[in-house]
Design a protein. Structure first.
Length: 323
């Protein structure tokens, strides 16, 4: 009868967690002739993406974090992005999903956003950038820290469309933030804030505000090519200076890092319920094993008492006669 305890605890935790897990409200931001869309252009999904969350759950998380646009960027392939684009219209609410890829080599990592197919990771940097453009995409330098700067020569910098200027780890490391900022200043590059999302941290931990003329994938791509983005790093703003001023004149855009939800009473019940279910399951199995062992031992004792062992008469010794 004790097996109902972990089941009940798990049901309570699921119900409480579901009630507490509410998505961010859908916000429409309009400034001048633009729709301002919150985006994350560096998102990985499970499987084979060094990530823990499926494409469906990733898109639901994007909604929960108030994102309007995400680019799915698996390493050196694009089929996961195709899968996410197939899932998106089947959800009740989904962000705009762009097909992407993180082209990974020992010399550089480049995000290909909006491409129509996979870009080989066996090409030189300039050829990689040319291929991204032929496939209809924009090329973004991913986590361009000083260690890879020597691979971005003058010609490559001319062909590069943008770079990540704000990332989660750089928001807590002043030296890393300086390197990203200095790389972005080497050429006229579109500014991007990306989370490199894989599951443990909130998506959109760093995000890009895109000033698009419409809420469509095509309008987002046009805005990226025109460098119509704004990115915040606490007290710093990057991107188009006119758009930064426009945002300030219209009440500003959220600059704070998305907070991990505070553990209210519903979340506390959800977490404690799950822990209680695990503890109850372990204890139940232990009790069950003890009971089974005790019952088996008792049966053996009863059988031994009711059926005493009979020993045969000893064989007669020489000189003795059986009676």
């Amino acid at each position: 009868m004790r097996n109902w305890v972990p089941v009940a605890a798990l049901m309570v935790s699921v119900a409480a967690g579901t009630a507490a897990d509410r998505p961010a409200p859908h916000v429409v931001r309009t400034m001048d002739r633009y729709e301002v869309l919150a985006a994350d252009f560096h998102v990985h999904v499970f499987p084979f993406g060094w990530a823990f969350i499926s494409p469906r759950e990733t898109l639901l998380e994007a909604v929960h974090q108030g994102l309007d646009v995400v680019a799915i960027t698996p390493h050196d392939q694009t089929w996961q992005a195709d899968l996410a684009r197939w899932v998106a219209p089947r959800l009740t609410r989904s962000p705009i999903v762009l097909k992407g890829e993180e082209i990974t080599t020992p010399r550089f990592h480049v995000l290909a956003i909006g491409v129509d197919g996979t870009v080989s990771n066996q090409l030189a940097l300039e050829d990689t950038l040319d291929t991204i453009h032929r496939r209809g995409g924009v090329a973004i330098a991913a986590h361009p820290y000083r260690v890879v700067w020597e691979n971005y020569d003058a010609e490559s910098m001319k062909k590069l469309d943008g770079s990540e200027v704000v990332r989660p780890e750089a928001q807590f490391d002043a030296a890393a933030a300086t390197e990203l900022r200095e790389f972005n200043a080497r050429a006229p590059l579109t500014a991007f804030g990306n989370s490199d999302y894989r599951g443990p941290t909130p998506m959109g931990f760093s995000r890009t505000y895109v000033f698009a003329t419409a809420r469509t994938a095509e309008a987002v791509m046009d805005a990226l090519r025109a460098r119509r983005t704004v990115v915040y790093d606490r007290d710093r703003a990057y991107g188009d200076h006119a758009l930064i001023a426009l945002a300030d004149a219209n009440g500003g855009l959220p600059r704070n890092i998305p907070a991990v939800p505070a553990p209210g009473w519903l979340r506390a019940i959800g977490r404690l319920g799950t822990l209680g279910a695990l503890v109850a399951l372990v204890l139940f199995n232990r009790w069950n094993n003890v009971a089974v062992t005790t019952a088996a031992t008792t049966r053996e004792d009863v059988q031994s008492a009711s059926c005493p062992t009979t020993r045969p008469d000893p064989a007669p010794q020489p000189g003795q006669h059986s009676r």
